[in-house]
Design a protein. Structure first.
Lengths: 149, 149
DNA sequence: CTTGCGGTTTAGACTCATTCTAACTCTTTA
DNA sequence: TAAAGAGTTAGAATGAGTCTAAACCGCAAG
């Protein structure tokens, strides 16, 4: 179940928010806690439903707002696959995503620096890239524990 | 301007369609010609507008249908960036996409086989991937001629 | 205090890409 | 010529996400 944030995580949140000129609010705490509690790349709706168990008055618009704020503060990444609903991921380490064709589950795949480098190297001169998104589509055989980080 | 398909391209289209159990229709020819004429990763709307110059009665639904058919036959790839409108690309060679933050333009980036290989190698055992999507976000300095293929 | 202010939250209206539906057309097969 | 089947069409429906305007809240100034 969704716990409230521990001291450590609350401080991280607090700090990242204030760096971005934002405040820590009860809603933001709950939404952040939801993301940390179950790192399965939930959609906004999923976050909304989970958060409401803990804070029933929370509105969907606020969940959108909170998540956008987190993305702006670099606390969370958006994960898009084709045009499906955007998913959210609190894993900050550079990583790729693997989407299971059958279950729809999204798994994080560690991205070693040398692979990042070889990717950057394929850019022709004049192309400067800040963000690289890599996503695999396929099947992951069993091994439930491998998801996320 | 949009030309009608030359013999060679019409045959390719014809063949790919019939392999997928589909027929060559005037609408499909026009839509395909639009994609080949300007390889700038147009959205459905852009394809629609260009195609109407040549076939004014064409409907938007048909453009959606044609593009979906082409994707099904492997003639064309969809390109998605975040949740923006889907774009279409008739470049069949394996390649990544580079999206210019400022202009919004999408450029094709050639993907050498050894980079593909190193990417596949980061998948943990049990993960089998058929499709790998790679997209860069950044700025491309000038050099208009480098776009697409 | 209590008033005012800026940032946050809220419900509901709105947008817009995409999908669906049902009617229509065209071509082929019987 | 009729019936069947594929493809096309206009417009309605869907649904994720955004916008708007009102309510709320914590806090600093009076």
């Amino acid at each position: 179940m969704i716990q409230s944030l521990n001291e450590h995580n609350r401080e991280d949140l607090q700090e990242a928010l204030s760096k971005g000129g934002q405040k820590l609010t009860p809603q933001r705490e709950v939404v952040f806690a939801v993301l940390l509690a179950q790192r399965d790349h939930p959609t906004v709706d999923e976050v909304f439903n989970r958060a409401r168990e803990v804070m029933p008055g929370l509105s969907l618009a606020t969940v959108y707002n909170c998540l956008e704020t987190f993305v702006g503060c670099g606390l969370v990444r958006q994960v898009n696959h084709e045009r499906e609903s955007t998913r959210y991921c609190p894993n900050l380490a550079p990583h790729a995503h693997f989407r299971d064709k059958e279950t729809g589950q999204v798994h994080d795949i560690e991205l070693p620096p040398e692979v990042m480098k070889s990717l950057r190297s394929i850019l022709p001169p004049g192309f400067d890239s800040e963000v690289i998104e890599i996503s695999f589509l396929g099947r992951a055989k069993a091994n439930d524990s491998l998801n996320s980080n």
